[in-house]
Design a protein around this ligand. Structure first.
Ligand SMILES: [Zn+2]
Length: 256
């Protein structure tokens, strides 16, 4: 009985936020005007290394993302000249609640609501008001070897990226941030969840290349450069990735 009431309340909250969410989603996916993205850094492990890395971040640290999306949008024939502007927001002190390890749908819904509440309660005001909020959680690579999984939520347009606090990792950090940003716009993963290998053909930068291997770039939502049927490499910068036709369709750049 109580469980039913809890679910009913949850559904009510979902329904009431759905309208606002739908409105903002249809605006961002129409690509009529520039989308504002703000990156909020978080010292996720409370380390010196993360604090130093965050202090060194500048507005210009994210320019490669803007230039990349400009060029990729252009490739897909989008008329909008600056589709996305990325700015650096203030540092956030409080770490977001971790994602549940279960695959239960109810847990996923609950976590999505919890994150949206956390974002509402902890995000400092910034101008322009962001359409998409990306939280960059930094960890010292000397003490963290495996990162929690990064996430991009279409509902609420929130991305959580778990990143290494190291200058030479900045390029691959931008790949992860942009990947999660595209999730918030409706893009889906193009890799095999079990093996992490890119899915053929949509997850390949050049699916028609012959011979097929090795590829030299990754499709952004596949996240890896296919080297052979069983091997794939992590791209070190956005220059080593492209946005393929399927992703372009999912985010509203292509309409065929
Ligand atoms: Zn993903």
């Amino acid at each position: 009985m109580f469980k039913r009431i809890r679910i009913a309340i949850l559904l009510f909250i979902l329904a009431s936020v759905a309208l606002g969410t739908w409105k903002s989603q249809s605006r961002t996916r129409s690509w009529q005007s520039t989308l504002y993205v703000t990156v909020f850094p978080i010292n996720a492990d409370g380390s010196e290394a993360s604090a130093r890395h965050i202090a060194a971040l500048e507005e210009s640290s994210f320019e490669p993302v803007e230039e990349y999306l400009d060029a990729q949008a252009n490739e897909h024939g989008l008329a909008q000249t600056r589709p996305v502007m990325v700015s650096l927001g203030s540092r956030i002190e409080r770490v977001p609640p971790p994602r549940p390890r279960t695959s239960s749908v109810l847990d996923a819904i609950r976590w999505s609501l919890t994150i949206r509440y956390w974002a509402w309660a902890n995000t400092p005001a910034s101008a322009p008001k962001p359409d998409i909020r990306l939280y960059a959680l930094f960890y010292d690579p000397a003490t963290h070897h495996v990162m929690p999984e990064s996430t991009g939520l279409q509902k609420g347009q929130i991305g959580l990226a778990h990143l290494f606090a190291e200058k030479r990792m900045h390029g691959s950090n931008l790949v992860i941030l942009t990947h999660e940003m595209l999730h918030t716009l409706g893009a889906t993963d193009l890799y095999d969840l079990r093996t992490t290998l890119p899915l053929y053909p949509d997850g390949y930068a050049k699916p028609k290349q012959s011979p097929r291997y090795p590829q030299t770039q990754a499709e952004l939502m596949a996240g890896r450069i296919p080297l052979s049927e069983t091997q794939a490499d992590i791209p070190l910068s956005l220059r080593e990735t492209v946005i393929g036709a399927r992703t372009a369709r999912e985010i509203g750049w292509l309409h065929d």
